[in-house]
Design a protein around this ligand. Structure first.
Ligand code: F6R
Length: 236
């Protein structure tokens, strides 16, 4: 694992954006695995600026998002599909048909999870997976548990995550209780992984993920098994 610490969110985001941009330059039809949440917002803005300046071309890029809430229509501004459109896809020349987010409104969620894994496999897997990390060590929405979940699956968000995510909603009662998340197999099969985190609150969990035992109680600790992980961290 490579670990870099930065003095600011801005510098961390610039480094993350440069790594994603390098991946796109090296392979114009690359498959990017993408997170939502607060952390990647500036990274996405910088990537959009690179596109606007003519430095980056998303025409052939394909994307698979890590997760989506269950029960929130994609048109709803709280959906991760809306988040991605607003923060990245609408601001670059990506073909929207090449962007993929799990369907949290599927009538058959189990079938949707299988479809999502098959889709990732059919794309040839993920070239670069960008990850955030939850305060409890989750990656995607793979929450602390007794076992690592291998495949895309529907999970119950933990109380920690519901508390952490209430800031995005008017009231905690509006935070969805379930989400579809990519499982560890697709994440770990990504050829390159870049995990970004900022805020002092995450320092302890990042240390546990890097230095502690590999345990499903700290889901991000499984990244220790991957040969090409870069962690970008800023306290601020
Ligand atoms: C969301 C996701 C989550 C977030 C994590 C951190 O798609 O994959 O694992 O990355 O909850 O969220 P923020 O960046 O809001 O602290």
């Amino acid at each position: 694992m490579k670990y870099y610490s930065f003095e600011s969110y801005e510098k961390m985001s610039a480094k993350a954006a440069s790594m994603v941009a390098a991946q796109i330059t090296l392979k114009e039809n690359c498959v990017l695995g993408l997170p939502t949440g607060s952390t990647p917002i500036r990274t996405y803005e910088i990537l959009a600026d690179m596109y606007k300046n003519g430095a980056l071309d998303f025409a052939q890029v394909q994307t698979v998002n890590l997760d989506e809430y269950c029960g929130i229509p994609k048109e709803n501004e709280q959906s991760y599909r809306s988040f991605m459109n607003h923060n990245l896809f609408d601001n670059v020349n990506i073909n929207i048909d090449n962007t993929n987010v799990p369907n949290g409104m599927a009538s058959d969620i189990a079938a949707e999870c299988i479809r999502y894994d098959e889709l990732i496999d059919s794309l040839g897997g993920i070239d670069l997976q960008l990850l955030g990390i939850g305060n409890n060590g989750h990656i995607g929405f793979n929450e602390p548990s007794r076992q690592f979940s291998k495949d895309t699956n529907c999970i119950d968000l933990t109380e920690d995550t519901i508390q952490a995510y209430k800031r995005f909603f008017n009231d905690i009662s509006e935070v969805p209780r379930k989400a579809i998340t990519m499982g560890m197999r697709s994440i770990l099969h990504a050829r390159k992984i870049v995990l970004i985190a900022n805020s002092l609150v995450k320092e302890k969990i990042i240390r546990a993920a890097i230095e502690g035992p590999i345990t499903p109680l700290v889901p991000a600790s499984i990244l220790q098994l991957h040969p090409d992980v870069t962690i970008l961290y800023s306290k601020k």
